[in-house]
Write a protein that binds this ligand. Sequence first.
Ligand code: ADP
Length: 325
Amino acid sequence: MTDASRLVELRNLTKFFHIGRGEVVHAVDDVSFGISAREIVGLVGESGSGKSTLGKTVLGLHDKTSGDVIYNGEKLPAKYKPADFQRHARVMQMIFQDPYSSLNPRMTVGEIVGEGLKLHTSLSGAQVRDRVGEWLRRVGLNPDHMARYPHEFSGGQRQRIGVARALVLEPEFVVCDEPISALDVSVQAQVVNLLDELKESLGLTLLFIAHDLSMVRYVSDRMAVMYLGSLVEVGPADRVFFAPKHPYTELLIGSNPEPDPRTERGRDATAIRGEIPSPVNVQPGCRFANRCPKAMDVCEATTPELIPVRDLGHDERLVACHLYG
Ligand code: ADP
């Protein structure tokens, strides 16, 4: 399903990693999906389902194996050159939510947040400092702490530094990647809430990667559920959350029962039967079949397509499951 009116359009996007001895990791496998301007999309799924690789491939941080990323009508290069990063840094950014490994410990917070401005604008040193101060304030930090180093801040404050670093260039499209090792859920929720506050004033379009649906459903317009390199369900966030159609989405929600991530700790998606299988050299058929309580014979043999499914008049509900056609 593709739609040229989207700000970001993925057409059959595929990213394989060749890991030697002929083995291939199907991290992102034939994903077609669009994000409209000013839309917030939550991309959810267990660890290892390919969310992070998808986000990085969209931004050119990984070279794609095949398929296309179309941004604002322009096909992005298959292999990014330094000049492409230079050109795209002002419109696309990634927020790495891991505050322990993503900030250079030898740079001051002022240098970290101001780096993009120095590289990509002609602002003077004083103007960069002013802009950095303004952004530290916007993300809830004290601008007087610009000369401090990352270790002098708490985990939550470091996440805010990461947000300021990504947003200081006022990009249009931001991929926000949650840490693989879950930080305190309340700290993660602060970032979600902060981006929610900033999205209106900045007109942001956001792809928010999380393993926990309840964390992102409040801020997401739509939710895309990923399993082993493929999208299995896409739809309005509340409909996906309250009336999941794909058995995987159902189990993912069931394994995260906490009602409000702003007040309670969440649980990891370990309640789903069995481990996520290896994405190396995958076979045809539904990838969820071996863990699916509703699997039928057809599921082992034929890969289900992501197709529109009727849902209370919402025409944007897509599901890849043999139970629906
Ligand atoms: P998620 O973000 O959903 O946790 P990832 O995108 O990090 O998933 O990983 C998807 C799959 O791709 C995993 O099996 C992971 O081990 C593999 N993978 C990710 N990066 C690489 C890499 N650079 N080389 C080889 N395999 C990788």
